[in-house]
Write a protein that binds this ligand. Structure first.
Ligand code: ZN
Length: 287
């Protein structure tokens, strides 16, 4: 399938409706590779990643979109992030090894909160929270768009262990509130509703859109490539140490001889010895 690890914008001619379609494969595998998630968790994480890819394409500026479920059960957090529009990372936290085969989105995340965080480059980040009380992540995100942006949005997500896919259509702000526009929206969102998960995971973007909207004039734009990329660095890890405070960091370093930090997204290993710590906290070195 030629659409793997890409995202494409599409537009319906003569309407105020735009769309985004994405499929993740190698990037998705790279994200799961360092962890040992059970299949049900992989599939849920896949939907979060596909959603992050779609949402980051709706930004009108450079920035990071992260979608995080914050739970209180076995799974405490599922997080997917798409930064600078094409770099993805994600993580699941919690006691996922004990999860049975019968668990699903609803049983694992039914009482969680969904946080959508947008971090525009160089500006203050903002966050929207919605309860995860719907049957699927798509429905929770549709509710978010309805509440926070007042934009009619329809999302279909699908994922198995190896592939994650998503399609979004959204009504762009427009002044004319005519019947035709409402009809167009109703018609296109009903068509999108008919898309099956197998089709999303098996067909390339052009085929999916043709299957859904062959009676419409659809303009499909050039694909953008998506990849797994972790934005961690020694400098950013040092900032995290600063937030812990000099006393605690010095104490750990004196006890263990050095401070070791593993990035939970990419497993990159960072080491700080006493002279690094002295430099981070700008304290006089005694060595
Ligand atoms: Zn990392």
């Amino acid at each position: 399938m030629k659409s793997l690890d890409t995202r494409q914008r599409f537009l319906f001619d003569d309407t105020h409706i735009r769309g985004e379609i994405t499929t993740l494969s190698e990037s998705f595998k790279a994200i799961q590779q360092r962890q040992d998630y059970p299949p049900v968790i992989n599939a849920i994480l896949g939907e979060f990643l596909a959603a992050a890819s779609l949402l980051s394409a709706t930004l009108k500026f450079k920035g990071i979109v992260s979608i995080q479920a914050i739970g209180r059960g076995t799974i405490t957090s599922i997080m997917a992030e798409c930064s600078n529009n094409t770099q993805m990372r994600g993580i699941v936290r919690g006691d996922y090894q004990s999860i049975g085969d019968n668990e699903n989105f609803k049983t694992l995340l039914g009482s969680a909160t969904l946080a959508i965080t947008i971090e525009p480059e160089g500006r203050e980040r903002y966050q929207g929270l919605v309860p995860m009380d719907k049957d699927s992540l798509s429905e929770c995100l549709e509710y978010y768009f309805d509440q926070s942006e007042q934009l009619s949005t329809k999302i279909k997500l699908a994922a198995d262990q190896h592939t994650a896919a998503g399609v979004l259509i959204q009504e762009m702000p427009h002044s004319s509130d005519d019947e035709q526009a409402r009809d167009n929206w109703q018609h296109l969102s009903l068509l999108l509703e008919s898309l099956k998960a197998e089709e999303q995971l098996e067909l390339d973007h052009e085929e999916q859109l043709y299957r859904l909207f062959h009676e419409q004039q659809v303009r499909l734009f050039e694909p953008e490539n998506l990849q797994f990329f972790c934005s961690c660095s020694k400098a950013r890890t040092a900032k995290m140490l600063v937030s812990l405070g000099a006393d605690e960091v010095n104490e750990i370093c004196q006890e263990k001889g050095l401070i070791e930090v593993n990035c939970e997204f990419c497993d990159q290993h960072y080491q700080f010895d006493q002279s690094d710590i002295d430099e981070i906290f700008n304290q006089p070195s005694v060595h």
